[in-house]
Write a protein that binds this ligand. Structure first.
Ligand SMILES: Nc1nc2c(ncn2[C@@H]2O[C@H](COP(=O)(O)OP(=O)(O)OP(=O)(O)O)[C@@H](O)[C@H]2O)c(=O)[nH]1
Ligand SMILES: [Mg+2]
Length: 297
């Protein structure tokens, strides 16, 4: 199944709400634009972006003399795609090894995303090593190990409560010794408090930078697509702590309304690199902005 088909189902609600407005042969008027703005806000774009996009759309429609809903729809698709194009969505993993650090609050889908990503990279011929940096919960490393087995990739773990930075050190040493292409590091989403989490991510980052100073490093922030505008607040905090290089939006197969993808890309100015569309190993898709917008509206 292609990108478009996979996401189309999850975004049905939003698309239905918007396509009703775009159907038919009538001349668009103020009422149309007001209604459109409202529906974009309901689709999780957020008030700021929805009003900015509609403002731009009005100008474009006026300049190009677009009067039918179908033509206005296409112009809106261009505007939303532009908002999403904030950098290269491809993974930057050109060195051997490269590091992918995966962060985000608890339950958003970090470990699952790592399993899916490991599988994709392994299928592309990369030698992948997973590093169980979430030592906070007993079951966390076990869960990662299950994914490592499913994806047929290697794993480095320690006991529960071990220092995550020391697990990362072990992981990097193993990766160097075994000629690994990509190290993917899982981290805890919840700690006793926010300062602990910051310290821990800072320490992990320092170990990576010290041990692999010239390696490509991706810091992927995982956000749950169903949490709407809350995700944005989280994203800003993590961006400050860890220097995020890419976003993964998960759970777009469920009740997510999809507009949050646009809101996040716009307010953080960081590219969305992947979206999660289910719990299975194949349910992670490299992000394609135009296709996404077409499925959304
Ligand atoms: N429907 C759906 N479920 C997902 C997706 N990604 C993850 N999940 C589910 O979300 C739940 C949490 O996923 P985890 O990968 O354990 O999340 P985590 O961020 O590692 O959580 P912590 O380790 O507790 O911080 C699991 O039940 C996953 O199966 C997705 O794209 N779609
Ligand atoms: Mg986890």
């Amino acid at each position: 199944m292609g990108f478009f088909e996979k996401i189309k189902k999850g975004l049905t609600k939003t698309r239905t709400a918007l396509s009703g407005l775009f159907a038919g042969e009538y001349e668009v008027d103020d009422e149309f634009y007001d209604e459109l703005e409202e529906r974009l806000i309901l689709a999780d774009l957020g008030v700021d972006i929805a009003s900015r996009a509609v403002e731009q759309l009005r100008t474009a429609a006026y300049e190009k003399m677009l009067t039918t809903p179908a033509k206005v729809r296409d112009a809106l698709a261009d505007i939303l795609t532009d908002i999403l194009n904030v950098g290269d969505p491809a993974l930057n993993i050109g060195t051997k090894p490269s590091v992918i650090l995966v962060i985000g609050v608890n339950g958003v889908g970090k470990t699952t995303t790592i399993g899916k990503l490991a599988n994709q990279l392994a299928e592309a011929g990369k030698r992948v090593l997973l590093c169980a940096g979430d030592t906070f919960r007993a079951a966390a490393a076990d869960q990662l190990e299950i994914w490592a087995n499913r994806a047929s990739v290697e794993l480095v773990r320690q006991h529960e409560g071990a220092d995550p930075a020391s697990v990362v050190f072990d992981g990097i040493s193993a990766a160097k010794a075994r000629n690994v292409d990509v190290i993917i590091i899982d981290t805890a989403g919840r700690l006793h408090n926010k300062a602990n989490l910051m310290n821990e991510l800072g320490k992990i980052n320092r170990v990576i930078d010290r041990e692999l100073p010239n390696a490509c490093k991706e810091v992927l922030l995982v956000l749950d697509g169903t949490t709407g505008q809350n995700g944005l607040t989280q994203a800003r905090q993590f961006q400050q702590i860890a220097g995020v290089t890419g976003i993964v939006l998960t759970k777009l197969d469920g009740t997510a309304k999809g507009g949050i993808v646009i809101a996040v890309a716009d307010s953080l100015q960081i590219p969305v690199k992947y979206i999660g569309v289910g719990e299975g190993i194949d349910d992670l898709m490299p992000f394609q902005s135009r296709e996404f917008v077409e499925a959304l509206i």
